[in-house]
Design a protein around this ligand. Structure first.
Ligand SMILES: [Zn+2]
Length: 384
C-alpha cells in the first residue's frame, strides 16, 4: 500500500514537473506581415517586460507589444489558432485594450485564456497604401530648410522644395479616417484647401508622448527611447536642435503644459487665460503673435482640443465636430498670416476610436487603423 502511494506520489511529481517544463518552454508562432514566422516564447516576454502593465493585481504584457515586435503596424482581425487547430477570430478594435500575453504562454482576449500555437493578424487595407510615415517629417523639414536632419533620424526626406521657413502644425488626435469624414462633412475647408493629405503612418503605441518625439527626431520609439506612456523626454537630437545649431530660430507654441519636453525652441505656453475651457484659442493667438513679431524659421503649433473632445465626447459627437471646425478656422488664420513661400506641414500624432467606457467615449493607443493612420499635409504657400 505504502509503496503504491509512494509511486503514485512520484508519478504526480513527474507530471507536475512535466507541466512546469511545458509552461516554461511554451512557443507560439506569430505570422509577420510578410508571412514569415516570428517565434514567441518566454524570452520574448522577458525582452518586452518593460512594457508589462499591472492588471487585476498581475503584471501582464499587452498582446499588441508582441504583434508590434513581429512588425505589425495595424490589425483588423486577429486569429488565434490553438494547438489542436481550433481557430478563434477577433475584430481587433473591439478587444485590443483587454488583450494580454500571460506568463504561462496563453493569450487572454475578451476574457478568455487560450493556448496559442499560431497568431494570424490581418492588417487594415490602408497598410498597403501608406505614403509617408511620421518619422519622415523631421528629415523633410530639415531638407526644406537646408539644415542637417536630426542625428538619429531614420525617416526619409519627402520630395519638397527648399523654403525660407517652415510651419509645422500639429493637430492632436485627428486621424486619417476622421480627416476624410470631416472633409466630406465640410468641417475643414481651410485644412482641405491645403491639398490632399498623404496617408501617413504613426508609431506604436499611438499616443502623444511617444509620437511627438518621433515627429521631432525622425526616429522610431525604440531609437529615441520614449516608447511608452509616462516618458516625456529624449536625449536624441530633434529638429529644434538642428535648426538652432544652424543659427536659425525655432518657436514652439503649446497649450497650457508640455506633452513632451521641447528643448532648443522658444517655447510659448498658452494657458486658458479667458477661462473658456479650451487653450486652442490661446494657442492660435500666440501663434499669430509669433508670426507678427517676425516669423521664425521653424514655427511649431500644437492644438490639443480635438484629442480632448474625442476622449470626452467620442469621435463624431457634436462637441467634437464643433471643435474640429473651430481648430480649422484657427488654422485658416495662421495660414493667412504666414508669409508666402512658407512650407506648411500639417500632421497628427495619432487618431481616435470610439469606445464605450466609464467617463470617456474615445480612446487611442492601439494597433487599429483609426489610431495608427494619420494625415500628413505638405504644401508651399504661394499666395500673399
Ligand atoms: Zn489622447
Amino acid at each position: 500500500m505504502a509503496g503504491r502511494r509512494v509511486s503514485r506520489c512520484i508519478a504526480g511529481l513527474l507530471a507536475l514537473l512535466l507541466l512546469a517544463g511545458c509552461r516554461a518552454n511554451w512557443q507560439a508562432t506569430v505570422l509577420r506581415p510578410d508571412g514569415r514566422a516570428f517565434t514567441a516564447g518566454p524570452q520574448t516576454l522577458r525582452d518586452l517586460d518593460a512594457y508589462a502593465e499591472e492588471a487585476g493585481g498581475r503584471r501582464v504584457l499587452p498582446l499588441e507589444r508582441v504583434l508590434a515586435a513581429a512588425g505589425h503596424t495595424s490589425v483588423e482581425r486577429l486569429t488565434v489558432v490553438e494547438p489542436g487547430g481550433a481557430r478563434h477570430e477577433f475584430a481587433w478594435a473591439a478587444v485590443a485594450e483587454e488583450a494580454r500575453w500571460l506568463p504561462d504562454g496563453r493569450v487572454e482576449i475578451d476574457g478568455q485564456a487560450l493556448a496559442a500555437a499560431q497568431l494570424e493578424a490581418e492588417p487594415s487595407p490602408l497598410a498597403a497604401q501608406v505614403q509617408a510615415r511620421l518619422i519622415d517629417v523631421a528629415p523633410t523639414i530639415a531638407a526644406a530648410l537646408g539644415v542637417p536632419a536630426p542625428a538619429k533620424a531614420t525617416g526619409r526626406a519627402l520630395d519638397v522644395p527648399r523654403a525660407p521657413r517652415v510651419a509645422l502644425i500639429f493637430l492632436d488626435g485627428l486621424g486619417y479616417l476622421r480627416y476624410g469624414e470631416a472633409q466630406r462633412d465640410g468641417l475643414i475647408p481651410n485644412l482641405a484647401g491645403l491639398g490632399a493629405p498623404l496617408l501617413g503612418l504613426t508609431v506604436y503605441p499611438p499616443v502623444t508622448n511617444v509620437a511627438t518625439p518621433s515627429l521631432l527626431t525622425g526616429a522610431p520609439p525604440a531609437v529615441h527611447g520614449a516608447d511608452r506612456r509616462g516618458i516625456r523626454t529624449t536625449s536624441a537630437e530633434t529638429i529644434f536642435d538642428t535648426v538652432t545649431a544652424a543659427g536659425r530660430r525655432a518657436v514652439a507654441v503649446e497649450g497650457d503644459s508640455l506633452a513632451f519636453n521641447l528643448r532648443n525652441a522658444d517655447v510659448q505656453l498658452s494657458g486658458d487665460r479667458d477661462g473658456n475651457g479650451s487653450t486652442d484659442d490661446n494657442v492660435a493667438a500666440n501663434a499669430l503673435a509669433a508670426i507678427a513679431a517676425g516669423p521664425p524659421d521653424l514655427l511649431f503649433v500644437h492644438w490639443h482640443g480635438i484629442d480632448d473632445a474625442g476622449h470626452t465626447y467620442g469621435p463624431g459627437a457634436p462637441q467634437e465636430v464643433a471643435k474640429i471646425a473651430e481648430v480649422d478656422a484657427a488654422l485658416g488664420q495662421i495660414v493667412s498670416a504666414l508669409p508666402s513661400q512658407t512650407l506648411i506641414v500639417v500632421v497628427a500624432d495619432h487618431g481616435m476610436h470610439l469606445v464605450q467606457e466609464e467617463g470617456r467615449l474615445g480612446n487611442h493607443g492601439h494597433l487599429v487603423e483609426r489610431d495608427m493612420f494619420v494625415p500628413i499635409v505638405i504644401t508651399v504657400k504661394h499666395y500673399p
